[in-house]
Write a protein that binds this ligand. Structure first.
Ligand code: PAF
Length: 283
C-alpha cells in the first residue's frame, strides 16, 4: 500500500492508473476507521482494480462549536486496517495541503442539503460537497462508496454528481450496526458506557417508527416522529430531530412517496449521534 500526503502525488497516480485502463474505486473517510468504513472498502475492493481510501478530517464541514479538535485520529491503526483490507493507496493530507491559503470557492447543493443535518449544522454539507468534489478531481474514481448511515450525505453527493457532471458512479452501501444495534460511528468512542446503553434508544425508536410506517403508511408521520422523539428523550437523550421525509425529495411525504427516510439525530451527553431507517411503502 502506498501512502500519499500531497495532492500532486495522488493526481499523478490517478492519471497513470486511468491511462492504464484500470478501474479506480474511492472510499472517502475522516479516519478512525471501524467496521462500517471497512465494509465500504470491501465493496470497493470487490469492484475495482485499484482502491483509494482518503483519510482527512475536513475542517470545512465542522461548525465553530463542533468537535474538529477532538475528533478521534489514529493514523497507524487506520493504515494497518487499510493494508489488511487490500487498499492500494491511502491519501492522508494535512489541511494546509488540501486547501490553498485563502480558499474561497465552494460547491453547494441547495435543495436536499436543507433539512435534517443541513438545518442543524449550517455549512456542514457545503464543506462535505466541496471536499468530496476536490477528492473526485484528484482521485478520478470510476466509482465512490458512501455509507447509508449518512443517508442524507449520500443523496446530496448523488445530486452534486448529477448536477455538476462528475464522471463517477456513487455506490451507496448499507448502514452497519454493532451487535446491540448501535449504528457504527467514529464518534461512538466519546460515549460513556451509560450513555452508550441509553443511546440504543435511537435505533429502537426508529424500528418502532418503521413498523408504524409499514402498517399505516404516511398518514400520521408527525405522530410517528413525536413518539420516536419521546422515547429517545425518555432514555435521557436530547433530540435534535426525528423526521420522516420522502427519500427522493427529502420533503414531507406525499401520495407519490414510495420510500421514506426516517431519520434521527440526538445528543447523549455531548455526543451527537445520527441514525436512520429507509422504509419502502406498499404501492
Ligand atoms: O462521511 C464522512 O466521513 C465525511 O463527511 C466525508 C464524506 C469523508 C467528507 O469529509
Amino acid at each position: 500500500m502506498i501512502v500519499f500526503r500531497t495532492k500532486a502525488e495522488l493526481a499523478r497516480f490517478a492519471s497513470e492508473t486511468r491511462r492504464a485502463g484500470k478501474v479506480i474505486g474511492l472510499v472517502p473517510t475522516m479516519g478512525y476507521l471501524h467496521a462500517g468504513h471497512m465494509s465500504l472498502v470491501d465493496t470497493a475492493r470487490s469492484k475495482a482494480d485499484v482502491v483509494i481510501v482518503t483519510l482527512f478530517v475536513n475542517p470545512t464541514q465542522f461548525g465553530p462549536n463542533e468537535d474538529l479538535d477532538r475528533y478521534p485520529r489514529d493514523f497507524e491503526r487506520d493504515r494497518k486496517m487499510c493494508e489488511e483490507h487490500g487498499v492500494d493507496v491511502l491519501f492522508a493530507p494535512e489541511a494546509a495541503e488540501m486547501y490553498a491559503p485563502g480558499s474561497s470557492t465552494w460547491i453547494e447543493e441547495t435543495d436536499l442539503a436543507r433539512p435534517l443535518c443541513g438545518a442543524s449544522r449550517p455549512g456542514f454539507y457545503r464543506g462535505v460537497t466541496t471536499v468530496v468534489g476536490k477528492l473526485f478531481h484528484l482521485a478520478q474514481p470510476d466509482f465512490a462508496c458512501f455509507g447509508l448511515k449518512d443517508a442524507q450525505q449520500c443523496f446530496v453527493i448523488e445530486r452534486m454528481v448529477r448536477d455538476l457532471d462528475f464522471q463517477v458512479k456513487i455506490v451507496p452501501c448499507p448502514l452497519i450496526r454493532d451487535a446491540d444495534g448501535l449504528a457504527l460511528s467514529s464518534r461512538n468512542r466519546y460515549l460513556s458506557a451509560d450513555e452508550r446503553s441509553r443511546a440504543l434508544s435511537i435505533h429502537k425508536a426508529l424500528l418502532e417508527g418503521r413498523r408504524a410506517l409499514e402498517e399505516q403508511g404516511t398518514k400520521d408521520v408527525s405522530g410517528i416522529c413525536a413518539k420516536a422523539a419521546a422515547a429517545i428523550t425518555a432514555a435521557g437523550g436530547r433530540v435534535d430531530y426525528v423526521e420522516a421525509l420522502d427519500r427522493a425529495t427529502l420533503k414531507a411525504p406525499t401520495a407519490e412517496t414510495r420510500e421514506v427516510l426516517l431519520a434521527a439525530a440526538a445528543f447523549f451527553g455531548t455526543t451527537r449521534l445520527i441514525d436512520n431507517e429507509l422504509v419502502e411503502l406498499e404501492a
